[in-house]
Design a protein around this ligand. Structure first.
Ligand code: ADP
Ligand code: MG
Length: 387
């Protein structure tokens, strides 16, 4: 992270609230290398924290008021801790204030904690599938855990962020994004079992292999709180129930022929995506662990994209074009990343091919009359921290 954004956040806090903050905390966005829509099916994911972060400057108050401001909005939102319930929250403040509320769901006693002033800045693109939502939740969660001395561990903080997003924001998302943001480590991905919540750091070895992950942000905005995401989640639950499983985690590739007989076509394809995607995550981890090198995961990335495009049907033409063009221009593998319906694709690219892939994608978007994508390299970075 550049020092600028921290300096900007501190300066923004001081300008607005007329005093110095107690401290700064930050948390990264994430790229999901592989394992999409598997998290809420109690399956496997393999995200990594990226070098784009959300920073929160925090000042303690001597009353019970919380005030929060962000560079994305021209307003200061103010609420008393005693009045804070999910039902009074909406819009962007539901993310940071939802986190404040969610602590009380995890045993924290907020009855006597002091109020706070919060100022938030970020260089994580919003709504691009890089989880600016988990970045803001994790930064705020780590900050409050410190300033209020609540003593929760990082895994619990991830659940606090998830609860805020599920209940205060109303987006039925899983635990992946917050886990990556809180548990990530430089040059590693976070292999997360979303059932046990056990996690393990897996070395990516990108630098040694002279590879990079290129993000292609299509600029197509998605919204988790509406439509498709909830519908996919419901289809997974329906499929699992029809197969007599408590979740799709318990359905394997060997069960798919039986699933095809039992389920309607759409539900079957939703199930097949999740089941094969779980296997692809396990295969990717196996390749990386066994020293096969990141170059060997290209086919798994490609297969993941096809599965999301054809079976889960969460891609959009811009994402398909980004993926196809990147691979044609020499990427080792590519897939859309994040919840879908817009957002970003990632491509695994040899360092020497980066500009060729970027130019090819820009040109293809131009030829198709799509708005120019934002393409940039991301590095696997450390998770949330006090700065
Ligand atoms: P993604 O997580 O892929 O970026 P989401 O729709 O899940 O997309 O979350 C984006 C939303 O999170 C924004 O619309 C905004 O409400 C909130 N948000 C994210 N970052 C910030 C920020 N720096 N300041 C205020 N709100 C933010
Ligand atoms: Mg999000």
């Amino acid at each position: 992270m550049s020092t600028d954004i921290r300096d900007d956040t501190r300066a923004g806090f001081t300008d607005l609230f007329g005093r110095e903050p107690e401290g700064l905390w930050s948390a990264p966005g994430r790229v999901n290398l592989i394992g999409e829509h598997t998290d809420y099916n109690e399956g496997f994911v393999l995200p990594f924290a990226i070098d784009r972060r959300t920073v929160v400057a925090v000042g303690l108050r001597d009353d019970r008021v919380v005030r929060v401001a962000s560079t994305i909005a021209d307003e200061v939102v103010e609420i008393s801790l005693s009045d804070l319930t999910p039902s009074v929250l909406s819009g962007w403040p539901a993310y940071p204030l939802g986190v404040v509320w969610a602590f009380s769901e995890f045993g924290a006693d907020l009855s006597a904690v002091p109020g706070l002033d919060l100022f938030i800045d970020s260089d994580v693109p919003l709504g691009a599938g890089l989880s600016s939502s988990a970045a803001i939740e994790s930064a705020v969660a780590l900050a409050l855990n410190d300033v209020w001395r609540l003593g929760l561990d990082r895994r619990t903080l991830a659940r606090v962020g998830q609860r805020a997003e599920n209940v205060a924001v109303g987006a039925p998302t899983g635990i992946m994004d917050q886990s990556a943001s809180l548990l990530g480590q430089v040059d590693h991905a976070v292999f997360l079992d979303c059932r046990s919540l056990e996690s393990e750091l897996v070395p990516l070895g990108l630098a040694e292999a002279e590879l990079a992950i290129l993000v292609i942000d299509t600029g197509v905005k998605h919204s988790h709180a509406t439509g498709g995401y909830g519908e996919r989640r419901a289809a997974c639950e329906r499929g699992a129930a029809a197969l007599g499983a408590s979740s799709l985690r318990d359905v394997t590739v060997a069960d798919l022929p039986r699933a095809q007989e039992l389920l309607d076509d759409v539900t079957f394809r939703r199930v097949r995506h999740v089941v094969t995607e779980n296997q692809r995550v396990l295969d990717t981890v196996e390749v990386l662990r066994s020293g096969g090198g990141a170059v060997a995961i290209g086919d798994l990335l490609d297969a993941s994209h096809r599965s999301m495009r054809d079976d889960f049907e969460i891609s959009v033409p811009e994402l398909d074009l980004a993926v196809e063009t990147a691979v044609q221009a020499g990427a080792i593998g590519a897939r859309m990343t994040g919840g879908g319906f817009g957002g970003a694709a990632i491509a695994l690219v040899r360092l020497g091919d980066l500009s060729r892939v970027q130019v090819a994608v820009d040109n293809a978007f131009g030829e198709h009359g799509f708005g120019q994508p934002d393409t940039f390299v991301v590095f696997a970075s450390d998770g949330a921290a006090r700065n």
